[in-house]
Every structure is written in structure tokens, then in C-alpha cells.
Design a protein around this ligand. Sequence first.
Ligand code: PMP
Length: 404
Amino acid sequence: MLDIQKIRADFPILKREVNGKPLVYFDNAATSQKPQQVIDKIVEYYTLYNANIHRGVHALSQEATDLFEASREKVRAFFNIPQAKQVIITSGNTHSINAVASGAHVFVKKDDEVIVSAVEHHSNIVPWQMLCERVGATLKVIPVLDSGELDMKAYEELLNDNTAFVVVNHVSNALGVTNSVEEIIKGAHKHGAMILIDGAQSCGHMKLDMQALDADFYTMSGHKMCGPTGIGILYGKEEALNALPPYQGGGEMIDQVTFEHTTYAGLPHKFEAGTPNIAGGIALGAAVDYLDELGMDNIAAYEHELLIYATEQLKAIEGLKIYGDVANKAAVISFNVTTLHPYDIGTIVDKLGIAVRTGHHCAQPVMERYSIPGTVRASFAFYNTKEEIDIMVQALQRAVSMLS
Ligand code: PMP
């Protein structure tokens, strides 16, 4: 059982007011808030041991290096990754996906097929389109059913011996639906294809076990799991990361450089050219510690309770339609009320201190699928409460009566 009031006290931003009202923060799918423990780590780094990592013999550099590498180890353990060198520290989920797609010509050849799903964030569509254009491969799309679930029968039919890569998100940011990734991964592997799972919306909300999941690559955003912005994770199987060429050239990622020929460093450094976000990397370790202490199963259970409660309360609003109203979903609710514009609803509830997201959520094909310009999206985290949901429902009722 989580002590929500105690948890809330760790998040300084939750004490502030917005437009004269207590903040109700329901835009967690865009970015989570940060506990004091994470904020303190960032300040601590710049105050006490700001130095570049990996190449200094002096004490500060070694302290910073040790803490940065300790974070990598925390991430490894948290996600049950076999070796720390399989944890690549990136600048974010988008960077992690691009790091794979940029080198994926070693896996995807001319006339091969890359399968994406119809519920992807633009950052898990565009890099693969760019890859397909570069190598002369074809992009295929797993359709989404009215329920918001992927059409798994269609997926089975799309798979064939030309399938070289499959990419899907674990949880859709636009609908909140959890995809059957275990089945999708098995299907890809059965056909000898590589698979990348975009975990931007699953990390920080459910227990993840990279070895049990068996994806070749899995990408995550630090800022969506209580860590700072500008930090992300790329996990890969060792043989997959070894086969993938580096995304960027520069310092740190080399073994030997001459003008004739350069050899690359081993994992993880091959993918970590240049000075990384050191403070962010160290603070990511504090975020992992924080989540680990609460327990991911506790977090998932409590967020599910919030989801069920909010879904029931929202359904009482006349004309409200939820997209992706299925049992297997994360605590994200995407909805519209009659033909009211989501932006208008979002603007009114903001005046009442409530932060929700409105628009296409960087997933235009999903909106096109439902023939809507966008949705209002309320997304919850473990520091939210049922009382806050009541405040949102009242505010929505007010917005609807003002706009109707
Ligand atoms: N994929 C999904 C499913 C997302 O929700 C997001 C962030 N909204 C991204 C990718 C991109 O992540 P980032 O902006 O952290 O790079």
C-alpha cells in the first residue's frame, strides 16, 4: 500500500497553485513530475562534483564517473538487464529510437518490410520511414481496431519472410492501451525479424523485465519515470547492439583514431559519443531508487485504481466518449465530449488549475483512424488522488455547460 500523502510531500510542484487554484496535474503521459530526491541530485552534482566523466584522473572526475556508472547499474538491475553495458544512456526516447533506426540498414535491406503499428507516436514512425526510404524497404502498418487494440490477426498476416524489423509501443500515449507485446515479439522472432519496443509510456508505470520480454531493443524516456528531461535509455541484446553501427561519431565512442581508419569502443561507449547529460544520468539513478522503493507493482495497482475510478466518473458526463476503453490499459484516458473542441475544454479546465493534454498527442494517424482532430487526455501517476479526479470531473462539467 502506498502512502499517497507522504509521496505527495516529496513532489514540491504539487504544492503550487495555477490560476489561483491548487494544481491538479494530469499530464503525466507528457512528462512526470520530479521528487525532491531527484531535484537534489541535480543540484548536488553541480554543487559538489561537476566534472567531465570517463577521462579524468582527478578526484572530481572520478566521483562523477562513479555516480554516472552507478546509475547505469541501477537501471540495469531495475529492468533486469543482464549486463550494464547493454544500458545505453541517451538524451531521450526519441534519441534511443533514432540511434537504432539510423543503423538499422544492417538489419533491413532493399525490398524488406518494416512493420509499425497504427498507434505509434511520430517518433516511432518517422525514423523508420526515413530508414525505408534510405534502403528501399517498405513500411507496413498493423491496423487498430475500434476498441483501440491492435488487430493481431492482421499482424499475423503481415508477417512474412521479408519482414526484417517490427516496431511497436508497449503502451500507446494517445489511447493508453497496452499492446500485446509478448505476442508481437514472438511473432517477429518466428519470422527472423528484429523488434524494437517503444517503452516511453510503460517505463515508470509497470514492472518491466527485459530478459523475460525478449525484445531486441527497448527504449525509454527518463523524464516520464520521475527523472530529468534530456535523458533516456536504450536497452539492447548484446548481439543486437554489437551488430548495430554507431549513430554518432566523436569523442568517447572510439578505440583508435587515425586519418586512415577509426575503430570503435565497445559497449556501451560506442553509442555514447560526446559529453553526456551527466547530471541527468546521475539523477536518473535517484529516480530509479525512488520508484524501486515504492515498488512498481504497487504503483501499477494504485494507478489502475485511479484509472477505474476516473473512467466511471467520466462516463457520467453526457456525450463523453473514451477512445481505447479496454481493460488492458495504463492510467491514460483519451476522450471527447460530443463535438466540443478538445482545445476549448483544455483551456477552460486550465483556468481551474487542471493540467490535461489536448490535441493529437504526436500521433496524427490515430486521430485520423477515429476521424477526430484530437482528444482531451488525462493521464495519471501514483501521486494523483481520487479527490483530484473529482475536481477534474466537476471542472469538465462546467466546461461542457459553458461551451454547449
Ligand atoms: N513514444 C511514445 C509512446 C511517447 O509517449 C513519447 C513521448 N510523448 C515518445 C515516444 C517520445 O519520447 P521523448 O519525447 O521523451 O523523446
